[in-house]
Design a protein around this ligand. Structure first.
Ligand code: NAI
Ligand code: MG
Length: 489
């Protein structure tokens, strides 16, 4: 395992306060929490935490902007123009944002740069939608004219995770703002910094005050206060499935609209008739991208028995060569996990896998003594009933599950509460299309993995989510349809 250490000059933390009604403000009750650099474990900054009173201030500002401010009467095309402007500013500051993301989240600088491109693409994509969200005229019975209007859902609470902080922000702001909603966002407590920088850029772009509000804080306090606030119309959440259940229960009293993007245990299926080199590289990327901290990670690796032995050996060899270290270093391939908590969770699954009798081919341990690094880990001969085959580990740990036939494999692949993503590696077109039809997942990849674009719907079957983000599909979840009927003659 190679270790990289080179250190670059670090970006500065410009803002740590709450962003409410177009201004940075101190919290009413003065709460704060510490945020870390996961590559070193050192404290980066003390960040203001929002109490329920701050949530109430932000929701009031968002309501005011929604109903009475310039945003309420703004032309749709002008909303689009502001989103284009914000995209341009992200592009202009992309390197600084990427470095801040890497500093706080631990993803490699190359991955952070690629995320920033994703942010720009997403904002531009939805900027283009802003003046194309149309209602219909409907051929009703009788002497009436009926048409539909598509109006914003209202004040939307957006709660996001730490694995793709700014990209998740863009996936949520893009459709919400294109449709004319106002936003109260809570970033993850592990990665509060880049969202605050985005608030500065949103002001520079010219978004009216109150349209965007950012409240950092813990899930159980700040997040919860947004979820139960009676004047929040919708919650859009990305994170753990158990958190989604808590949110759904807590939001029941106010019957909020909900969209959820939750985890997965995605089946990545390798048939003997694949291009072996391509498939090994694909399986590697599928599990190790961003240290496995990815909702679509290819964590259940089904390999056809005929090639199983060779495939696993090649994957394990390749895993040993991955360059782990300082995420700011251009040559680093894998940075730290986001937190001590995540690292401990991953390592406990590594122990469990061995206790349950899976074959540890490589990894399974912490890398180094400083920061939260975990070695790329391959478990072979995993059984479907083992914890490492069932639970979302969210780390660089892959479970290899050998299989004999298509029918056996598809039954096992679908035998999970999750249904976010799936992939197949084969040169047989019939097999590929059959799998795409049969597998229960919101995204299916054929001979590729982790190809996600803002233009295509993204979300989960079963307990991997509710609704879809990205593409035209997201607009549906950020608009209410109103039917207007006029008596003629
Ligand atoms: P989490 O689901 O607790 O956190 C996600 C967001 O929800 C954060 O902003 C958090 O502050 C907020 N939150 C937490 N509890 C809340 C509550 N009661 N009400 C309102 N908001 C609340 O995820 P966490 O603890 O960071 O990670 C645990 C596991 O979740 C990971 O190991 C991974 O398996 C999964 N996860 C999945 C993600 C995905 O992309 N689908 C992203 C992050 C984590
Ligand atoms: Mg949590």
């Amino acid at each position: 395992m190679a270790t990289t250490t080179k250190q670059k000059t670090q970006p500065t933390v410009q803002e740590t306060r709450l962003f409410i009604d177009g201004q940075f403000v101190d919290p009413v009750e003065g709460g704060s929490f510490e945020t870390y650099n996961p590559a070193t474990g050192e404290v980066l900054a003390k960040v203001a935490a929002a109490s329920p009173a701050d949530v109430d201030r932000a929701v009031k500002a968002a309501r005011q902007a929604l109903e009475r401010g310039p945003w309420a009467r703004m032309d749709a095309a002008e909303r689009g123009r502001l989103l284009f402007k914000l995209a341009d500013l992200v592009e202009k500051h992309a390197e600084e944002l990427a470095q801040l993301e890497t500093l706080n989240c631990g993803k490699t600088i190359r991955d952070s740069r690629s995320d920033m491109q994703g942010v720009v693409n997403t904002l531009r994509y939805y900027a283009g939608w802003a003046d194309k969200i149309e209602g219909r005229t409907v051929p009703v019975r009788g002497e009436f004219l009926s048409y539909t209007l598509r109006q914003p859902v209202g004040v939307v609470g957006q709660i996001i995770p730490w694995n793709f902080p700014l990209l998740m922000l863009a996936w949520k702001w893009g459709p919400a703002l294109a449709c004319g909603n106002t936003v109260v966002m809570k970033p993850a407590e592990q990665t509060p910094l880049t969202a605050l920088r985005m608030a500065q850029l949103a002001n520079e772009a010219g978004f009216p005050k109150g349209v965007i509000n950012i409240l950092n804080g813990l899930g159980e306090t700040t997040g919860h206060a947004i979820v139960v606030h009676p004047d929040v119309d919708k919650i859009a959440f990305t994170g753990h499935v158990d958190t989604a259940k808590i949110i759904q229960r807590n939001a029941a009293e106010t019957l909020k609209r909900m969209t959820f993007e939750l985890g997965g245990k995605s089946p990545n299926v390798i048939f003997a008739d694949c291009d072996l080199e391509q498939a090994v590289n694909g399986a590697f990327h599928a599990i190790y991208f961003h240290g496995g901290q990815c909702c679509t990670a290819g964590s259940r690796l089904f390999v056809e028995k005929k090639i199983h032995q060779e495939f696993v050996e090649r994957l394990a060899e390749k895993s040993k060569e991955r360059r782990i270290g300082d995420p700011m270093d251009e040559k680093t391939e894998q940075g730290p996990q986001v937190s001590q908590e995540q690292m401990d969770k991953i390592l406990s699954y590594c122990d469990r896998g061995q206790k349950e009798g899976a074959t540890l081919m490589t990894g399974g341990v912490r890398h180094g003594k400083k920061g939260f690094f975990v070695e790329p880990t391959v478990f072979d001969n995993v059984r479907d009933d083992m914890a490492i085959a069932k639970d979302e580990i969210f780390g660089p740990v892959v479970s290899v599950l050998p299989f004999q036939s298509y029918d056996e494999m598809i039954g096992r692949a679908n035998n999970t509460m999750y249904g976010l993503a799936a992939a197949i590696w084969t040169k047989d077109l019939d097999k590929a299309h059959r799998y795409a039809r049969d597998v229960k997942a919101g995204t299916v990849w054929v001979n590729c993995y982790h190809v996600v674009d803002c233009t295509t719907p993204f979300g989960g079957f079963k307990m991997s989510g509710q609704g879809r983000e990205n593409g035209e599909a997201a607009l549906e979840h950020y608009t209410e349809i109103k039917t207007v009927t006029i008596k003629l003659g």
